[in-house]
Ligand binder design. Structure first.
Ligand SMILES: Nc1nc2c(ncn2[C@@H]2O[C@H](COP(=O)(O)OP(=O)(O)O)[C@@H](O)[C@H]2O)c(=O)[nH]1
Ligand SMILES: [Mg+2]
Length: 249
């Protein structure tokens, strides 16, 4: 296992207080899907023995995303909202990671597509020393409660085929529920550049390159309407990012 090189940490005024687990939720125009996700996530985390915080990374949403958060009067665990000057899910998640001081760091989508109690198993594996533990729809035991559209499934198959060139051992690189050892992911996030939806593949490639394993946890996953993913805009960009990634190896 390659040791993670220590770099200059960010000054304390740019980071948040240390907790056991920080869960990052990237959010862009999520006033409809975010409130119930925030409620169930805070309730779940408050009932766990780890000290946790939720970090919403908003990218200049023009709907009432921030208002839905202001409505949470007295969160039972830390609730932070930060911004990100670069647009994109990847850029937002990275901002959350590099400003975190948590021992374990991960991200989940605003739509709660992966049941939050999947974290029980994820935390068990992280505490056992695995570098990255990710939810997977393509591993034994996974169950798709509500499938994506045929167009997304077709695009997803093509994406997975390309992603395998970069991270051959990972069956599902695109499920939006991934957790990491904090020191490891803080270090590698600084070397990542993909701002859009293909950022997970780059992140996982760095985990593997650093000599750590990626464990996949089967998930009961449901597609939730209201996706921010546009097949034309994000699909083409993600494929191009993936191709660049596989050529750069
Ligand atoms: N901050 C931020 N979040 C984003 C951006 N684009 C997408 N997201 C978030 O990334 C997550 C993607 O989930 P979703 O839209 O359901 O995509 P899908 O599940 O792949 O169809 C959601 O929480 C989005 O709000 C962005 O540009 N900035
Ligand atoms: Mg979704």
């Amino acid at each position: 296992m390659v040791a993670v090189r220590a770099r200059e940490p960010l000054p304390r005024w740019l980071t948040r207080p240390a907790v056991d687990l920080e869960l990052i939720i990237p959010a862009f125009n999520e006033q409809r899907r975010l409130p119930s996700t925030i409620d169930s996530t805070l309730d779940y985390l408050a009932a766990r023995p780890w000290k946790s915080a939720v970090v919403v990374v908003d990218n200049n949403s023009v709907d009432g995303t921030l208002d839905t958060l202001a409505r949470v009067a007295d969160p039972p665990v830390g609730l932070h909202v930060i911004g990100c000057s670069d647009q994109g899910k990847g850029a937002a998640v990275r901002r959350g990671i590099v400003t975190s001081s948590a021992r374990y760091i991960g991200f989940a989508d605003a739509d709660n597509a992966t049941p939050i109690d999947t974290l029980d198993r994820v935390m068990e594996l992280l505490r056992a020393g695995h570098g990255a533990v990710i939810a997977s729809r393509h591993t034994a035991g996974a169950h798709l409660e509500v499938e994506q559209s045929a167009l997304r499934r077709g695009g997803g198959l093509l994406f997975r085929t390309l992603a395998h060139l970069t991270v051959p051992g990972v069956a599902d690189t695109q499920c939006g529920f991934k957790f990491f050892s904090g020191p490891l992911v803080r270090e590698i996030a600084r070397d990542c550049r993909i701002d859009g939806f293909a950022f997970d593949v780059e992140l996982l490639a760095h985990v593997v390159r650093a000599g750590h394993d990626v464990v996949e946890v089967p998930v009961d996953w449901s597609d939730v309407p209201g996706s921010t993913f546009s097949a034309r805009r994000d699909g083409l960009r993600s494929m191009a990012d993936l191709l660049r990634l596989s050529l750069a190896r």
